[in-house]
Ligand binder design. Structure first.
Ligand code: SAH
Ligand code: SF4
Ligand code: F3S
Length: 484
């Protein structure tokens, strides 16, 4: 197994191998030598802190990087006082970018006090040339920058950084390469994200993701199954299959396979209890998928189905490839086939040209679909996307007012939906000790709703039956039901 590859058996006096992932293990072994010297000199291991912004894809990438860093011998800590700090960035909305610049300001002063400290940046923001220019100009103390396509090369880049006096930059525009079998460090021992595809081909007109994550590439189903089997053997009971549009999974593989077929294969894995996935684009959601979900014992009763807007005119300008009516018909069909499913969504307010009437249409869709939750965002202009060139006559005040009206309805419907299971007994995957009250544990229902109940920390990672005694807006308080 790759996590068990013994770095000490690698001869680092030889030239580095050219094939992957052997090359990366060679550089991990090189770095490990450096760590040993550090340890002898300082009497402790060097520390690393990985700060992650953005979506589940980034969270997964950070776990891959953490796996490599740990393998090298660094202690991974939360605090940004670490010897090595990496920011894994997001650029989907401008506020994500601003937060990174804020943190870099802090790093500048920390580095002045500790010149041996190293600071690195990676992730989606780094795929934008204007960002790289800005960092070179205004944050020249940064030691390493890499992008979304060469994460698998982290060990080599890390080694180069420690050899170099200057900023190391390695950004690839594209990649069709998927490197398997590198170490990964999981945040939770009992659940894990699993990439099934990378990139996006949809080019929604507001969205920067296709530009920073590249073209859609599906992983081979055998590699996915192998990874999940290994995770299960390590104690994982829930997986989240990750892709920007999982419904188009497998279409471009040499031996095409549909997402519904992949799910059926994942379902067969013994010991796996729950399957989740993100994100489903409404335009590609097939009847087969609904059928597979309906008949599955493991696929969770939750579907995240981004609406983005409820006005067909705006949906067209967004290049979403569905109309309001098509979306409503799809939501209706899903609800009919799988009545206990919870639907959640993403909505953008303030897209160029969107009027108060358009937002009323969105609100009407929210009322009709009755989402269990909706993530609402104010449109953020992303340079290089088609929407950035569209005129937007609506004022910021109007957009804010539209946003607030929508949010109110979203919260009302969510509140009325979430409480519907009150009094029933449901299975909960226990995830952690409650943040505010250590006598409680916190877990999730199959439909993703949070439940708090009295319980021991030993329950973490297990599935228990809980009676949902109180409904509180977005969560339940429950009582564990004794095993018969
Ligand atoms: N692939 C997923 C979404 C990934 S981005 C999908 O298609 O559903 C997550 C969410 O961020 C999107 O659903 C959208 O609602 C929001 N988003 C993307 N670009 C945005 C922008 N420029 N401004 C505001 N919100 C945006
Ligand atoms: Fe962005 Fe659209 Fe791709 Fe989602 S499907 S990542 S919103 S371009
Ligand atoms: Fe952000 Fe990149 Fe995800 S831009 S939302 S981290 S794919």
């Amino acid at each position: 197994m790759y996590n068990e590859i013994d770095l000490d058996k690698i001869d680092v006096t030889l030239e580095p191998p050219t094939e992957e992932p052997a090359r990366q293990y060679y550089f991990m072994a090189k770095c490990r030598e450096w760590v040993r010297v550090f340890e002898q000199k300082n009497g402790c291991f060097p520390t690393a802190s990985i700060q992650t912004f953005g979506c589940q894809m980034n969270a997964k990438d950070s776990e891959k990087i953490a796996g490599i860093i740990k393998k090298i011998g660094f202690a991974v800590i939360e605090e940004e006082s670490a010897d090595f700090v990496l920011y894994n960035t997001c650029t989907v909305r401008d506020n994500a970018n601003q937060r990174v610049y804020g943190r870099l300001g802090l790093m500048n002063s920390m580095k002045k006090k500790n010149p041996n400290k190293k600071v690195a940046l990676c992730g989606c923001m780094m795929q934008e040339p204007s960002v790289i220019e800005k960092i070179q100009k205004s944050y020249s103390f940064v030691d390493l920058i890499f992008g979304t396509h060469n994460i698998y090369k982290f060990a080599e880049l890390f080694f180069t950084m420690y050899q170099s006096e200057r900023m190391v930059i390695d950004i690839w525009k594209e990649s069709d390469k998927i490197v398997e079998d590198l170490p990964a460090e999981r945040k939770y021992p009992f659940k894990s994200g699993v990439n099934i595809m990378y990139g996006c081909n949809n080019f929604c007109s507001y969205c920067i993701v296709p530009y920073v994550r590249g073209r859609e590439r599906s992983r081979n189903p055998r590699d996915i199954i192998r990874e999940i089997e290994r995770l299960v053997s390590e104690g994982v009971v829930e997986v989240m299959l990750l892709g920007q549009n999982v419904n188009s999974y497998g279409k471009n593989l040499e031996e095409p396979i549909s997402f519904a077929q992949l799910l059926q294969e994942v379902e067969q894995i013994e010991g796996l209890e729950r399957i989740r996935f993100m994100t489903s684009h409404p335009k590609d959601l097939s009847d087969d998928l609904i059928e597979v979900m309906k008949n599955s014992k493991k696929i969770c009763r939750h579907l995240h189905l981004p609406l983005q807007a409820g006005s067909t005119r705006i949906l067209k300008a967004m290049n979403r490839s569905y109309t309001k009516e098509q979306y409503l018909a799809l939501a209706h069909k899903i609800r009919q086939e799988i009545p206990d499913i919870s639907l959640t969504t993403d909505i953008i307010v303030g897209f160029p040209g969107e009027t108060a009437e358009d937002v009323e249409e969105t609100i009407a869709v929210v009322r009709k679909v009755q989402y269990d939750n909706a993530f609402t965002f104010i449109y953020s202009k992303r340079t290089g996307t088609p929407a950035a060139a569209m005129p937007n006559p609506t004022s910021d005040e109007e957009i804010k007012a539209n946003f607030d009206r929508l949010l109110k309805v979203v919260q009302e419907t969510a509140r009325s939906r979430v409480g519907r299971l009150k009094g029933e007994v449901h299975r909960v995957l226990v995830e952690e000790i409650n943040e505010h009250d250590a006598s409680l544990v916190t877990g999730r229902l199959s439909n993703n709703t949070i439940v708090h109940f009295k319980g021991e920390p030993s329950l973490i990672g297990t599935l228990v039956d809980v009676k949902l005694t109180e409904a509180h807006g977005f969560y339940y308080i429950g009582e564990q039901v004794a095993l018969q």
